[in-house]
Design a binder for this molecule. Structure first.
Ligand code: RFL
Ligand code: PHB
Length: 389
């Protein structure tokens, strides 16, 4: 097989890139290790910046987003006693949209079938070849049969554990990492949300987040130790702990129900440089990870593929090589700012092992300052809503 761009990974980054290239008349084939159902089974992001929703509107893959996405004009920080509202709309003139990553992925998959974007699912042993030259190729097995796709470029959209980043030669690469000493236990339940906007809570017991997928489906998270076992958290214990951490006023509005999904995710900050070498590009989680506190991971994947689409369009349609050379620096400039915001919000809102009473007072003073300062709230709001492309 031959195409212009092989995309490894059909998560949100790969699917979005495939559609954007198709819209520019550039041929791409996606090669995905898992099945479509497996990809849809991962419950992840819920808050979309206009960076992402604008791309979905531009592509016309927005019917369900328009009907079901919930525009949010603000969110709240809680310190166990009060809610500090960050009025994103008043402070930035923009908003975010609550619409699950699962739904974005489903919409992109449905449109792929309708528009003839080719996705090969359940591809085993995906391997990259020849990335230093201008005729790279990818090999894999499909139903046990060896396959090869030749292309002009390979794009690694294969997440944190995929093979693309590993294919970058060690002498050009540098990785920056911070692993946090805790994880998030998430539950999904078909109950109405406790509040019409998200609440990020800092409590002596640890962090909690009240989020949602719709007016009838809630998503909650609590900070837990890294070695925590999910069996230690039967539903009742999760609801009890959420009530404590979200504070007395919110607790009264929590509707309990059976968890339809429950899992623990570790928290990490990670950046890999550069995001391009030779004929290989990285985009999304394959190049960087943020802790989920700022809701930035999926949105960064969207900004990467927006930059990359511009670069590949300039290359294929205008014979311009400069944009390709600039892709890594452009994408990384935005990535590092989102890393900073996610790290800072994580540091502000979580309880770290070994925290002293002084450290805790610093967090409380920071929250108190944010509560009283429009300047501080503006800084948070403009990062939360998404920095410009
Ligand atoms: P993905 O989604 O990991 O997709 C990568 C795809 O590559 C495939 N793959 C391979 N394919 C072929 N060969 C191989 N060898 C392969 N190895 C892997 C995988 O099967 C998969 O289909 O990466 P992508 O597309 O870059 O998307 C990134 C986002 O998924 C991620 O950043 C977000 O989910 C992060 N995130 C959030 N982001 C937000 O913007 N807003 C949020 O509110 C938000 N909340 C979250 C989150 C992530 C979380 N977890 C569990 C990590 C909440 C949580 C709890
Ligand atoms: C979610 O709803 O899954 C969610 C919302 C906000 C975050 C992280 C996750 O910061």
């Amino acid at each position: 097989m031959r195409t212009q761009v092989v995309i490894i990974g059909a998560g949100p980054a790969g699917l979005l890139l495939g559609h954007l290239l198709l819209a520019e008349g550039i041929d791409a084939i996606l090669v995905e290790r898992a099945s479509a159902d497996y990809v849809l089974g991962r419950i992840r992001a819920g808050v979309l910046e206009t960076t992402l929703t604008d791309l979905l509107h531009q592509l016309g893959i927005d019917e369900r987003l328009n009907a079901e996405g919930l525009p949010h004009d603000g969110f709240n920080l809680a310190d166990g006693e009060r809610l500090i509202r960050i009025d994103v709309a008043a402070l930035t003139g923009r908003h975010v949209t609550v619409y699950g990553q699962t739904e974005v992925t489903r919409d992109l998959m449905t449109a792929a079938t309708e528009r003839g974007l080719q996705i090969i699912y359940e591809a085993a042993d995906v391997t990259l070849h020849g990335i230093e030259g201008d005729a790279p190729f990818v090999t894999f097995r499909e139903n046990g049969v060896p396959k090869r796709i030749d292309a002009r470029f390979i794009v690694g959209c294969d997440g944190f554990h995929g093979p693309s980043r590993q294919a970058m030669p060690a002498h050009v690469a540098q990785a920056f990492e911070k692993v946090y000493p805790f994880g998030w236990l998430g539950i999904l339940a078909d109950v109405p949300p406790c509040n019409h906007e998200l609440i990020y809570a800092s409590h002596d017991n640890g962090f909690a987040l009240a989020s949602m997928r719709s007016n009838t489906r809630s998503r909650y998270y609590i900070q837990v130790p890294l070695d925590e076992k999910i069996e230690a958290w039967p539903d009742d214990r999760v609801w009890d702990e959420l009530a404590v951490r979200l504070g007395p006023d919110v607790a009264g509005n929590i509707t309990r129900g059976p968890a339809i999904e429950k899992s623990i995710a570790p928290l990490r900050s990670f950046v890999f440089e550069p995001m391009r070498h030779g004929s290989l590009f990285l985009a999304g989680d394959s190049a960087h990870i943020v802790p989920p506190t700022g809701a930035k991971g999926l949105n960064l994947a969207a900004s990467d593929v927006a930059y990359l689409t511009r670069a590949l369009t300039a290359f294929f349609n205008a014979h311009d090589n400069d944009a390709i050379a600039q892709y890594s620096d452009r994408a990384l400039a935005r990535v590092w700012k989102a890393e900073r915001f996610s790290w800072q919000l994580t540091s502000l809102m979580h309880r770290f092992p070994g925290t002293t009473p002084f450290d805790r007072r610093m967090q409380m003073a920071d929250l108190d300052y944010i509560a009283s300062s429009t300047a501080a709230q503006t800084t948070i709001a403009e990062n939360y809503v998404g920095l410009p492309l």
